[in-house]
Design a protein around this ligand. Structure first.
Ligand code: UDX
Length: 455
């Protein structure tokens, strides 16, 4: 089939390259012409494992094209995917201006009926709204909207596209079924057909549930620290119950990324619009927001009194991506910046000179060894393979003080202890060889002395 994808971002690029890989002819439009020039050369503007190769394949096999002309993109196919961003407004509401602008242009340039597949994450009812607007602008033709939310995880987006657990398609007109079946014919996953509102709601409900599961395990991790239990053992004990499942039970530094926070705020906003109380979402966000500060306090309570050098390992919101959006590491940096420390950071995907405003108070180092040389405390914030596989025994001799807090519980506890580190995990009491000499008010030995006050 000939298909058009409007928006060459994290979702649109994976969708376009994936559809071309499935054998479709795909034309991609984006408002950013420099991005398109790079793409024509097979250079991917985002880091996503496997994407450059799949872009190359599509271009070489003449199944993947890029255009700066919206009209050309609109006329290329009668089935267009909208994959533009729907960022959170200050109110939390999803900003639909890009979606509406693209829909407007499609209606303007169309010279025939169109099926518009809305893949961007949009509030419930958006498909109906956009469909009505388009048919009012260009009554000569018929525009039918389909909801097809994505469930791609950055770092594994292509495999999530090619072998999803399920494909969710919300339709209002049954005649669209064979068309959408043809699009995904070569994907060996079940298609769940539903109405458009249910498809739009499924996306938010799934994402906010996943975020809630993570906040829940992080809440239990704090209880484990207070009760000297071990969150890894508790999570294993929970996850072996088929009703709970082992996934998304990894305690850590809190979730980040461009989706979970945005979708939680958007769902809260939708709830407020209709007067439905959603205290669970508020509690989930509050739980997530306090973790970076809590980990910083724990670090400070374990550091030597005159220590000044702190190294952060990892800045991106998770391994496998170059994305800093809403990364917990940025919250750690802003919390640490209140204290007189010199901060160094190393992340394999974030190069020195990165202009991100939140990184201005940190010296970006370009190698692991250099980043820990002479440091007095290490805080691991992203579970990069390079850190998990590093030879910590030989790295030990380069640090001045061997304190390492593993914000992702991703290093081997036994090996770290053997290597001579004071290794501290989330959700577990540290067994320290070096006595902590200073604690912020209310903290001792890496744990809160005074119970949390009821704000
Ligand atoms: C998420 C959803 O998984 C995906 O379906 C949706 O389409 C987009 O949003 P993504 O944000 O790319 O994908 O990454 P994900 O792997 O879900 O992780 C989100 C955050 O949760 C990351 O900060 C990650 O480190 C954190 N996380 C994840 C945990 O802290 N613990 C876990 O067990 C899993």
């Amino acid at each position: 089939m000939k298909l058009t994808v409007i928006g060459a971002g994290y979702v649109g690029l994976v969708q376009a390259a994936g559809l071309a890989h499935l054998g479709h002819e795909v034309m991609v439009y984006d408002i950013n012409h420099r991005k398109l020039e790079a793409l024509r050369k097979g250079i991917s503007p985002i880091y996503e494992p496997g994407l450059p190769e799949m872009l190359e394949e599509g271009i070489t096999q003449k199944r993947l094209f890029f255009t700066e002309q919206m009209k050309e993109a609109v006329l290329f196919s009668s089935l267009l995917f909208i994959t533009v961003g729907t960022p959170a407004k200050i109110t939390g509401e999803a900003d639909l201006s890009a979606v509406m602008a693209v829909a407007h242009q499609i209606a303007h340039f169309a010279e025939g009926d169109k099926v518009i597949v809305l893949k961007s994450t949009v509030p419930v009812g958006t498909c109906e709204k956009v469909e009505q607007m388009m048919n009012e602008i260009a009554p000569t033709y018929t525009f039918q909207l389909v909801s097809n939310p994505e469930f791609l995880r950055q770092g594994s987006a292509l495999s999530d596209f090619l072998s999803p657990d399920r494909i969710i398609i919300g339709i209002a007109h049954p005649e669209q079924i064979p068309l959408m079946e043809e699009v995904y014919r070569k994907v060996d996953s079940p298609i769940l057909w539903m109405d458009r509102r249910s498809a739009e709601m499924t996306k938010y409900a799934a994402n906010v549930f996943l975020a809630t599961k993570i906040s829940y395990i992080n809440m239990v991790a704090e209880l484990c620290e207070a009760y000297s239990a071990d969150i890894e053992q508790v999570a294993h004990g929970m996850g072996t119950d088929r009703r709970i499942g082992p996934h998304f039970l990894k305690a850590g530094i809190g979730f980040g990324g461009s989706c979970f926070p945005k979708d939680a705020f958007a769902l809260m906003h939708m709830a407020n619009e209709v007067g439905v109380p959603v205290p669970m979402i508020e509690a989930m966000m509050l739980t997530n927001d306090r973790i970076p500060e809590r980990v910083v306090h724990r670090l400070l309570s374990l550091m030597p009194i005159h220590a000044r050098e702190i190294t952060l390992l990892g800045l991106t919101f998770k391994a496998g991506t170059d994305d800093l959006r809403d990364s917990p590491a940025l919250k750690v940096i802003s919390s640490l910046s209140k204290y007189p420390y010199s901060l160094r950071a190393y992340d394999p995907m974030i190069k020195a000179g990165n202009p991100h405003p939140s990184l201005q108070s940190v010296t970006l180092i370009s190698s692991l060894k250099e980043a820990i040389e002479g440091t007095e405390a290490i805080l691991l914030l992203t579970e990069w393979k390079e850190f998990r596989e590093a030879d910590w025994e030989s790295l030990r001799k380069w640090v001045s003080h061997p304190l390492l807090i593993d914000g992702r519980n991703c290093l081997d506890e036994e090996k770290m202890r053997k290597a001579g580190f004071d290794y501290v995990r989330i959700g577990k009491q540290p067994m320290l060889s070096l006595k902590p000499v200073r604690a912020p008010h209310g903290w001792k030995d890496g744990r809160r002395e005074t119970p949390v006050s009821r704000q």
